[in-house]
Design a binder for this molecule. Structure first.
Ligand code: ADP
Ligand code: TRP
Length: 323
């Protein structure tokens, strides 16, 4: 089984990204083979500043490695380092009906809001299909919002195989467990679009500040409170051991505490949780050559696979590579 997924470098990773996606990708790296890439070509549809995109892509690589993505288990690379995928994307576009893309949510939502979309956003799902098909991926772990794009990928692959012969492996989506949406500092879903995120590698001082500013209700201290519906408790539960979580739940039910105490416990638990990764990140940051080497080796392995699949597609379409 080959697992593959991409993650867009459109912002620094936050707790929601980690618990809803990154941690699960890392757990899956022990499948037979795993390919993970930083989807900087897709990010071009939103990040328009050159330096910002470069920096976010680099930060994403450092973050993923620091969090435990192991280059001995998974192939890690940057999407634009494999030009074969963009070439395959064109071949797939010639077989993708407009109607299929018109139904895709990112484009549809933008259009419905009366905003102008560029053709990059319109054809975004085809590039994503090329990303997946280029590596003969079997399983694609993604958030629920990306399920539609995997369906589009399957439609394109099926159509291609039907008209041109069996060239592509049909991938399956593995929808990540995001049942417990990570709440943001305002209690809504944590998201960079809502400006309520806490980043994974926030400076410790800044981290404390943000945690202290998490919104809470104004019920009196002695009033008992229900932990399960409280977003501060939900955040604490992400990091605490089962015993610590149960103890905190008891404290909520008894009442007689201030939210400030819970926030202090949350700050300590989050720092203990991400502390070792923070240290690894600092080590990696001090050895950029080593990180470049990992990404270079990853890209070389990815290109080897992608060029053989591209060749299959070119031959099936009468492009006869190499004359
Ligand atoms: P954002 O909402 O901050 O723009 P993205 O859309 O880039 O985040 O999300 C990347 C991945 O992280 C997706 O799989 C997404 O579903 C997951 N994710 C983002 N925020 C949360 C959250 N609050 N809880 C759980 N998963 C999340
Ligand atoms: N579009 C995906 C997202 O926003 C990222 C992505 C790009 C991807 N190419 C992919 C995910 C291929 C899985 C497979 O999350």
């Amino acid at each position: 089984m080959r697992v593959l997924s991409g993650i867009q470098p459109t912002g620094r990773f936050h707790w929601g990204n980690y618990f809803g996606a990154i941690r699960q990708y890392i757990d899956l790296q022990h499948e037979d083979e795993a390919y993970y890439f930083i989807a900087n070509l897709h990010a071009l549809t939103t990040v328009r500043d050159r330096q910002e995109l470069e920096q976010l892509s680099w930060d994403a690589a450092l973050d993923l490695l620091a969090l435990g993505l192991d280059p001995n288990h998974a192939i890690l690379f940057v999407q634009s380092d494999v030009p074969e995928v963009s070439e395959l994307c064109w071949l797939l576009m010639t077989m993708t009906p407009m109607g299929l893309l018109e139904r895709c949510h990112a484009y549809k939502e933008k259009k419905e809001k009366g905003l102008t979309a560029d053709s990059g956003l319109f054809t975004y799902p085809v590039l994503m299909a090329a990303d997946i098909l280029a590596y003969d991926a079997d399983i694609v772990p993604v958030g629920e919002d990306q399920g539609q794009h995997i369906e589009v990928c399957r439609d394109i692959a099926q159509k291609f195989n039907h008209h041109r012969g069996e060239v592509f492996v049909l991938p399956k989506a593995k929808i990540l467990d995001q049942s417990a949406k990570v709440p943001g500092t305002d209690g809504e879903k944590m998201s960079k679009s809502y400006n309520n995120t806490i980043e994974l590698f926030e400076e410790p001082k800044q981290l404390k500040k943000k945690i202290m500013r998490i919104q809470t209700d104004s019920r009196p201290m002695d009033e008992p409170k229900e932990p399960q519906t409280d977003h501060l408790f939900q955040l604490y539960s992400l990091f605490a051991s089962v015993d610590d979580r149960d103890e905190m739940a008891d404290l909520y039910r008894r009442g007689g505490f201030g939210y400030g105490e819970v926030k202090k416990s949350l700050a300590a638990a989050a720092e203990a949780y991400f502390g070792p990764a923070r240290e690894r990140r600092a080590e990696l940051q001090a050895q950029p050559e080593q990180v470049r080497q990992i990404l270079g080796d990853g890209a070389a392995m990815a290109r080897k696979k992608a060029s053989s699949v591209l060749k299959r597609a070119q031959e099936a379409m009468g492009l006869c590579p190499g004359g």
